[in-house]
Design a protein around this ligand. Structure first.
Ligand code: ADP
Length: 502
């Protein structure tokens, strides 16, 4: 009897399949394959799309096998690294180039030029996104202009350009379906946030022909059926969302004010803002959270570039801890932070500051300060940066947060979770199980195939909850110290820029 859902989670560093039951949403089987990263030039990151496809097929087969075969799978839900873009031949399904990964900066001159020409306000108003090489549009144009003959073939309707979800959907359905979902479409810079369609003015601006783009479907819908020879029978694909949006759904963040933050290498905050897009004046991104049952939910999003990676740096470069988890006992061993602050601007600062030239800095060193203070400051920074994102949300008029739903490797750190609750003055909730991204995709698929009637079904297990316990005065004092450190870091970036200009 087919009553399980398989979630295919194609991430930046690995491809995973997780099979869930829909009663308690327990993960019944998991398979994972790491993904090779290609760095052809400084600032360029690519993935081999065929490698992604082979891995996807293999993890699906392994996970299905573990639960007794494909007959048990009612539907597939897909979630993926967002913005990563590729071009393939519509007739043969062969990629024309490696996929350009979201981190890739090769198209910065294009987006910088558009910015200089004054196009950012329009792009932002229509798509909710800032002008940045991060998003797919400039990557598609780059591929069309740099792959021999691609532009002419695209105009003739022979090529497909899509994000990883569209690619996998195409391959899973044997080329029968060229489709994407609204959340992935909303990360291209070509998709209207309010009218949910490809915008002609943006297609012109980025020089992308409409003929290369997929059909856009809601997040829970019949995207297609897998060709029978892949798994032995046709399985419907009935749910899809980009990874951060899927995680919001996985957390059950389904109403205005719901916020999830995933603390991995970087940290991603997504805040549900209700049924209308909110235009950010604080350089957060406005985006589609999901669309189900004819209703669109919107979100504001902000990211912290260095979160867990700061702890990796403290471990691997500074040797301040032997394992990431040791950071917890080290932080706890101190009575307070001793006035030491670490601004982890290793690769610049993201929302709400957006200063690409900023570099990391440590402030407040005295002769009493040692490695433990720096470790603690590295952890504390994640809480301060989350606070700053919440302030930006507030300034944008987003609904006040009730609690922060958190996931990701860093949230194993109980000391930090308490500090996060203290600094943000919000309850912090960590679910009993960690597979939020896959779970969100599975829930969308379960809704799409009719196994459940609503997304509002609490996951099993007791979450861990941390409540704010810090006195206001202490919180204010710590935040003032952080603000001063950020100001110092930005002054340094400005001085560097002025120096370069002289
Ligand atoms: P990603 O999905 O981005 O690869 P994960 O969610 O697997 O990341 O989290 C891994 C990150 O979490 C690493 O950067 C690691 O340093 C950090 N990390 C793991 N355990 C802890 C801990 N107990 N305290 C702080 N950071 C931790």
């Amino acid at each position: 009897m087919a009553d399980l859902i398989l979630a295919l989670d194609q991430g930046t560093t690995s491809t995973r399949a997780v099979v869930f039951d829909v009663d308690g949403w327990r993960a019944r089987a998991t398979a994972q394959i790491p993904l090779e990263q290609h760095f052809p030039h400084p600032g360029s990151v690519e993935h081999d799309a065929d490698e992604i496809w082979r891995a996807a097929l293999q993890v699906c087969r392994e996970a299905m096998h573990e639960v007794g075969g494909p007959d048990h799978i009612a539907a597939i839900g897909l979630t993926n690294q967002r913005e990563t873009t590729l071009l393939w031949d519509r007739a043969t399904g062969a990629p024309l180039h490696r996929a350009i990964v979201w981190q890739d900066r090769r198209t910065a001159p294009v987006t910088d030029a558009l910015k200089a020409a004054g196009h950012e306000p329009v792009v932002q108003a229509e798509t909710g996104l800032v002008l940045d090489p991060y998003f797919s549009a400039s990557k598609i144009a780059w591929l069309l202009d740099h792959v021999d003959g691609a532009r002419a073939r695209a105009e003739a309707g022979e090529l497909c350009a899509g994000t990883i979800d569209a690619w996998l959907m195409f391959k899973l359905t044997g080329g029968a379906r060229f489709v994407t979902d609204v959340t992935n479409a909303s990360r291209t810079s070509l998709f209207g946030l309010s009218d949910l369609t490809w915008r002609d003015d943006l297609l012109d601006l980025f020089n992308v022909p409409r003929s290369v783009l997929p059909e856009v479907l809601p997040s829970a819908d019949l995207f297609g059926e897998t060709v029978p020879d892949l798994f032995g029978r046709a399985i419907p694909i009935t749910g899809c969302a980009g990874d951060q949006q899927a995680a919001l759904v996985g957390h059950g963040g389904l109403g205005p004010g719901a916020i999830k933050v995933t603390y991995g290498t970087g940290a991603f905050l997504v805040a549900h803002t209700g049924d209308r897009p909110v235009a950010s004046t604080n350089r957060l991104l406005s985006t589609v959270a999901y669309r189900v049952d004819g209703q669109t939910a919107y979100a504001l999003e902000g990211s912290i570039f260095s979160a867990g990676s700061t702890i990796q740096w403290l471990r691997d470069v500074m040797g301040a801890v032997g394992h990431s988890r040791e950071s917890e006992t080290v932080a706890q061993s101190l009575l307070d932070n001793g006035g030491v602050y670490l601004v982890p601007a290793f690769t610049g600062l993201g929302a709400p500051i957006w200063e690409a030239e900023a570099r990391g800095a440590i402030f407040g060193l005295t002769r009493d300060a040692g490695p433990a203070h720096i470790v603690r400051a590295g952890l504390e920074a994640m809480a301060y940066q989350t606070h700053d994102l919440l302030e930006a949300l507030k300034a944008d008029g987003a609904p006040a947060p009730r609690r922060l739903r958190v996931d990701g490797g860093v949230t194993a750190n109980g000391w930090l979770m308490q500090f996060l609750a203290d600094i943000t003055a919000c309850e912090v909730e960590r679910p009993a199980h960690q597979e939020m991204t896959a779970l969100g995709a599975a829930r969308l698929a379960a809704l799409g195939c009719g196994l459940i009637e609503t997304l509002e079904q609490p996951p099993s297990g007791q979450p861990a909850v941390w409540s704010p316990a810090m006195a206001d005065a202490e919180r204010t004092r710590l935040l003032a110290g952080w603000d001063a450190a950020v100001a110092g870091c930005l002054a340094q970036a400005r001085a560097g820029r002025d120096g370069a200009n002289h």
